[in-house]
Design a protein around this ligand. Structure first.
Ligand code: NAD
Ligand code: WQD
Length: 345
């Protein structure tokens, strides 16, 4: 089976994708500098699939080490590029760190692809490129809106860099995947999200509040123009999301892509409010999530959810996990983290 390079493969979405690739028989090489993940993730992957993936502790900004890595693991046929810095708030404080890491890592890979005859790349983009869409659900033809953060801007610029590079190099192919809001964990609870410090994202904050690490969840605004006044997002199960990457790689390897660059929304097509998420989480897991309504968070989008039809029809991908099961997997993962903390005492 084909050899696939997964950058950021010990991270949240990357680790779930490595599992799905291995389950389909792909040979995986992970490159990660562990700046936002842990080496123990490799054991979690191994427990699920029985295979410990090849791992290289390399910074994607290090061109020379990446070059050597391609020599060592010769025959890589596709790259799935997850490695990036992703904290929106931090990107406002440290914009250059974000521009350097997210743009520089991508540029190094794109430069090395022709050198090592790697024709295919899948790129992790985000629904953040749409800002607040004028039409909902949002499809891939919707206009790109001015970015609300340096992080969001890196995703827009990276998409442009890929487009220009593919145009100039007809032997290269790319699939750009725009994720909506990935949540949950592997059903085995062997891998999941490892938020660094105080979580920014909703779900880790919900699970940490339910388990008592945080005293209460702050709901950022209940005065939006939505049915219950809280913001609406399209929450997508991380394993469903991971499976889309396998299909994207397979599509390029089978030369089934219509164009050398294709873009897909990855979401469920359903929007849920913050209050609906809290209520569903409580009911699915029989736990309370103490919360308080506070003011709006600066820069928040009021409501966004995907039109995933293009991915459904062309990629043959559809989100299948229920939100209840997904929220149960998030809770099982939080309980697993607690168990690990207690065992390490
Ligand atoms: P993550 O932080 O869990 O994973 C990213 C991994 O990349 C980490 O393991 C980190 O150590 C590694 N990394 C970062 N910079 C690196 C570098 N220079 N060299 C090598 N490794 C490096 O994040 P995630 O949630 O799994 O996100 C994966 C990708 O998906 C990112 O590109 C992110 O921007 C994108 N994305 C994430 C979300 C989300 O909500 N999680 C939404 C849309 C898009
Ligand atoms: C979801 C909803 C909050 C925390 C961010 C990035 C975006 C993308 C995904 C990568 C919002 C509300 C949250 C809390 C709350 N990442 N909330 N209390 O804002 O959709 O997007 O992550 O590309 O770029 O901006 O996700 O999980 O932060 O918030 O009420 O403590 O939960 O207001 O409505 P968001 P999120």
């Amino acid at each position: 089976m084909a050899k696939i390079l997964v950058t950021g493969g010990t991270g949240y979405i990357g680790s779930h994708t490595v599992v799905e690739l291995q389950k389909k028989g792909y040979d995986v090489v992970i490159v990660d500098n562990l700046s936002n993940s842990n080496i123990e993730v490799l054991s979690g992957i191994e427990k699920i699939t029985g295979i410990r993936p090849a791992f290289e502790n390399i910074d994607c900004l290090d061109y020379v080490s990446l070059d050597k890595m391609f020599e060592k693991h010769s025959g890589i046929e596709a790259i799935i590029h997850f490695a990036a810095s992703k904290a929106v708030g931090e990107s406002v404080e440290k914009p250059l760190l974000y521009y350097r890491n997210n743009l520089g890592s991508l540029i190094n890979l794109l430069e090395l692809m022709p050198v090592h005859k790697v024709p295919n790349i899948v790129f992790s983009s985000s629904c953040t490129v749409y800002g607040q869409p004028d039409v909902l659900p949002v499809d891939e033809n919707a206009p790109i809106k001015p970015a609300l953060s340096p992080y969001g801007n890196t995703k827009q610029i990276c998409e442009e860099i890929i487009r220009d590079t593919i145009y100039a190099n007809p032997e290269m192919k790319a699939v750009v995947l725009r994720y909506f809001n990935p949540i949950g964990a592997h059903p085995s609870a062997e891998i999941g999200e490892l938020p660094n410090g105080v979580p920014n994202n909703l779900l880790p904050f919900v699970t940490q509040t339910a388990i008592g690490i945080r005293s209460e969840l702050k709901v950022f605004g209940d005065d939006y123009n939505t049915p219950d006044g809280s913001c609406i997002r399209d929450y997508i199960n991380v394993v469903d999301l991971a499976k889309a990457h396998v299909l994207a790689v397979q599509r390029m390897l089978d030369a089934k892509n219509d164009k050398n660059i294709e873009i897909f929304n990855l979401g469920t097509g359903r929007g849920l409010s913050v209050l609906e998420i809290i209520r569903t989480f409580e009911a699915a897991n029989h736990v309370k999530v103490p919360y308080r309504i506070v003011g709006r968070r600066e820069g928040d989008i009021e409501q966004v959810w995907a039109n995933p039809e293009h991915a459904n029809k062309v990629l043959g991908w559809k989100a299948t996990e229920s939100v209840e099961d997904t929220l149960r997997s998030a809770w099982a993962w939080e309980l697993k983290l607690k168990e690990r903390r207690e065992n390490n005492k």
